[in-house]
Design a protein around this ligand. Structure first.
Ligand SMILES: Nc1ncnc2c1ncn2[C@@H]1O[C@H](COP(=O)(O)OP(=O)(O)OP(=O)(O)O)[C@@H](O)[C@H]1O
Ligand SMILES: [Mg+2]
Length: 228
């Protein structure tokens, strides 16, 4: 068994833009263990979303390595990356990315259907998770019939249902009130107890302080800040 779930080694990321190059990461080195609950913090534009994209294997570093379960992601084929994302990684994007032609419950059960689970079992699981995020009475609404915070909770439910080893959440509670954010956080704690790893980007200091440790982005580097 690998000691680390995911590692970054000498990671550099440069975006080329018509106005010039943007050096988002210069030399990032870190390792995250199974069961770690991690807050990713840094000012707007510092690279939180970009880093989550690298960890999700949706993007590749300009140089350096992202190591997933001891293997350099550079050596994965597109097909292998897709398999890993289906089975081991869930992502809550900053802009939710719900499927507009599908209802709440269909959006939530999608990851299970994609990986070949039985429809009826998936439906029951989806309803259970919707209860946890307080959305059971919006089961058959379409995304455009939901409020921003409700859409965000659907996205959260969708990423939590699969109980993957790694959960990446980009400002998951950005549109939520205090109580609902706390509920979502309790759900993270539940997954942590199942030894799942959760990395969440947040601007909310209180929520960040509840993590096992923080990863703080500044000036193209990421440093670990221990303690609660
Ligand atoms: N595809 C791209 N091409 C060029 N520049 C990009 C691209 N994606 C991101 N950037 C730039 O990289 C920097 C980091 O962006 P990122 O979205 O990771 O920030 P963030 O920390 O998530 O910010 P926020 O808190 O506002 O969500 C920004 O300055 C952004 O303009
Ligand atoms: Mg962002």
């Amino acid at each position: 068994m690998n000691k680390f779930l995911i590692e970054a080694k000498k990671v550099k990321k440069t975006f080329s833009h018509k106005n010039g190059q943007i050096h988002v990461f210069k030399d990032v080195n870190l390792s995250v263990k199974p069961g770690d609950l991690v807050a990713l913090v840094g000012p707007s534009g510092s690279g939180k979303s970009s880093f989550l994209h690298l960890l999700s294997l949706l993007d590749s570093p300009t140089s350096g390595q992202i190591i997933f379960l001891g293997k350099n992601s550079k050596n994965f084929s597109e097909n292998q990356k897709n398999q890993i994302r289906q089975k081991k990684i869930s992502i809550i994007f900053q802009d939710n990315n719900l499927l507009s032609d599908f209802t709440t419950v269909e959006n939530v059960l999608m990851p299970l259907i994609i990986r070949g689970e039985n429809y009826k079992t998936s439906l029951n699981k989806a309803k259970k998770v919707l209860k946890e995020v307080n959305l059971i009475d919006r089961t058959n609404h379409f995304p455009n019939e939901l409020s921003g915070g409700e859409q965000q909770r659907v996205a959260i439910a969708r990423s939590l249902i699969a109980e993957t080893d790694l959960i990446l959440a980009d400002e998951p509670t950005g549109n939520l009130d205090y109580k609902t954010s706390q509920d979502v956080f309790s759900y993270f704690l539940k997954l942590k107890r199942l030894n799942k790893t959760i990395i969440y980007a947040t601007h909310n200091r209180e929520l960040a302080n509840k993590a096992d440790y923080k990863l703080s982005i500044s000036n193209g580097n990421i440093k670990r800040i221990n303690g609660k």
